[in-house]
Design a protein around this ligand. Sequence first.
Ligand SMILES: Cc1cc2nc3c(=O)[nH]c(=O)nc-3n(C[C@H](O)[C@H](O)[C@H](O)COP(=O)(O)OP(=O)(O)OC[C@H]3O[C@@H](n4cnc5c(N)ncnc54)[C@H](O)[C@@H]3O)c2cc1C
Length: 284
Amino acid sequence: MSIAGFTEKIFAGRWLAGAKIGDAITVSKRFNRYGVGASINYLGEAFKEKQQVDATVRVYLALIREIRRNRINASISVKPSQLGLAIDGKLAARNYSRVTETARKNGVFTWLDMEEHRTVDDTIKLYRSQVRKKMVGICIQSYLKRSIDDIERLVERGAVIRLVKGAYQESPRIAYRARSDTTANYSRIMEYLFRHSQRFMIATHDPKMIGYALELNRSYRREVTYAMLNGIRNKALLRLAAAGNRTSVYIPFGERWLAYTLRRLREESNLALVARSLFENQRV
Ligand SMILES: Cc1cc2nc3c(=O)[nH]c(=O)nc-3n(C[C@H](O)[C@H](O)[C@H](O)COP(=O)(O)OP(=O)(O)OC[C@H]3O[C@@H](n4cnc5c(N)ncnc54)[C@H](O)[C@@H]3O)c2cc1C
């Protein structure tokens, strides 16, 4: 077996639903049974060719129809570069509008993922073109020093925020590099969200951040959704759901698994974490 094949079998299988829309629907249904909503992402990124973008948009439109047909509790989560942002801003805006309109008509919420820092302004611009029409949310990364300002401006416009720490390798000029600084900024942004936003998503596996959010929500009583990536701490997510919290799991599917898998492996380069997550029974 090739190294790529080996990596896919051992690691990707834990995190990814499978190659087909049907696989993502099946995994979503399993989580739904425990009261956990799904957020489905079709793998693929950094598209430089329009054909890749067109094909991906068609998959998202088909996915929306399948979510509706199967009556599952699921949103979609789209990367700006899948919509054509790296090719042409206008192309991405047309695709984003088409996907969000179709999703809205079918009662499906659309999340916009956040990619490398160079794309943040354009991603926020895309999001702002749809925010008034509702049923859309945007991801913001706490490792970026600019994020607190972005959050303030976005929340003012009624944005629904998914707060994450951030998954790309960024320069210390614009990003916090120490995990402790990123986490401190996560706390700070989270406190802002509790004070100023009615509805948002706390997307992290960090027990300290989740604990702090639960504590803050005892006073603020906001509509908070706790979200994790499939296969990282599934049991912890199910426990949060069983305790009556809103929860969601990010489920990637498709064949372009490499970039996603490498990001997860980088995060799990700490051996203790790998061991813990492999020995914990992750299957739902
Ligand atoms: C729903 C969702 C959507 C996301 N969307 C985006 C996006 O659009 N753009 C983007 O850049 N990033 C995104 N991410 C990824 C995110 O930026 C982080 O890279 C990823 O979540 C890891 O950071 P963390 O917050 O879990 O904390 P970390 O600092 O990685 O971990 C903190 C603590 O969590 C616990 N933990 C973490 N992993 C494990 C494990 N495997 N087993 C057991 N315990 C563990 C440990 O206690 C650890 O000390 C998303 C994440 C989620 C959950």
